[in-house]
Design a protein. Structure first.
Length: 257
């Protein structure tokens, strides 16, 4: 959930972050004197992350990165952020002097509020601007159907937040955050995830369609346009995928620790 603007111009957030097994592949090679070379995808965030690492660590930039994309681009699924975090981790592992964990995390936070999450293990509760993380225990025994509507282009993040502010979306944030935290304490099994508050930044009729197909929870991921549905049985998830795939790109995934 999203709250009002902070003094730094970012929005206050309180949200749960969970990895799934849909992933990109990065091939990372040190190339002294080569600068920063990114191939296979017109990326900017990986390049930005490595430039920030070079500046903070004092290491001369010399990396060649090949990106094989599987996570849909600009869909609200954190694909670019996870790639940036992987690049930071790999650059640090290959460095003559690795940075302290907090130093690497600080670089990640400058690149993007959700990049630090991908340096951590397990599900996290993200607060502040989204980069303040607290480990949480969540069930993993369910299946995820991801849906990206055909022809749907993601609005800029700034535009999504502007519309949120215009409708007074940040009002009542403290009460809504309290409600999320209380619901989180009651989560035991997968079905309990249905009681967590819905995304208040974006919505989609596809979520209702997924619920009609048996999802015990369905919602927009991040600022969208990707929508997820959670299913207790793989067979139900795959049936929903088949029924919806004619009008969208779809995937079945699992949550991972």
């Amino acid at each position: 959930m999203v709250g009002p603007l902070r003094p730094d111009g970012k929005h206050e957030v309180c949200t749960l972050l969970q990895r799934i097994d849909l992933c990109d592949t990065l091939t990372f090679d040190p190339e002294p004197g080569a600068g920063i070379v990114v191939e296979g995808f017109a990326d900017t965030i990986v390049r930005h992350a490595l430039a920030a690492y070079a500046e903070s660590s004092g290491a001369p930039p010399g990396w060649k990165v090949q990106i094989e994309k599987r996570i849909p681009v600009a869909a609200g699924l954190g694909g670019g952020s996870s790639d940036a975090a992987a690049a930071l981790r790999l650059a640090d592992e290959l460095a003559v002097r690795s940075l302290a964990r907090e130093e690497l995390r600080a670089i990640a936070a400058k690149v993007g509020a959700d990049v630090p999450f991908f340096l951590e293990q397990g599900p996290q509760l993200a607060t502040g601007d989204g980069s303040e993380l607290t480990p949480v225990s969540l069930p993993l025994d369910y299946w995820v159907v991801l849906v990206v509507p055909a022809g749907k282009r993601k609005d800029s993040t700034a535009a999504v937040y502007d519309r949120f502010d215009e409708r007074g979306g940040g009002d009542g944030f403290e009460a809504r955050r309290t409600g999320l935290l209380e619901a989180l304490e009651r989560v035991g099994g997968a079905a309990d995830l249905a009681a967590l508050p819905k995304n208040d930044l974006a919505s989609s009729p596809i979520a209702t369609e997924l619920e009609r197909h048996g999802a015990f929870r369905a919602d927009v991921s991040g600022a969208g346009p990707a929508v997820y549905g959670l299913f207790e049985r793989r067979a139900d998830a795959e049936k929903a995928l088949i029924d919806i795939a004619t009008t969208a790109s779809t995937w079945v995934a699992r949550p991972i620790a």
